[in-house]
Design a binder for this molecule. Structure first.
Ligand SMILES: [Zn+2]
Length: 61
């Protein structure tokens, strides 16, 4: 998701331009979450996958 097409409710300007603190906060919020999942969730997913892989290896290896 991108903030390019968002319009600020405070200054009615494009959020991407960061004209007011609300714009900048909204822009930072969007960019912090980014186009994908948060790094912590990625890490948790990797750990879960590793756990499953080890479990399968124990069961069938
Ligand atoms: Zn604004």
């Amino acid at each position: 998701m991108s903030c390019e097409h968002l319009v600020c409710a405070n200054c009615s300007g494009p959020v991407v331009e960061g004209r007011c603190p609300t714009c900048r906060a909204a822009r930072a919020e969007v960019h912090r979450h980014g186009p994908s999942v948060p790094p912590a969730l990625v890490l948790a997913g990797l750990v879960a996958l590793l756990f499953v892989a080890l479990l399968l290896q124990r069961l069938y290896g």
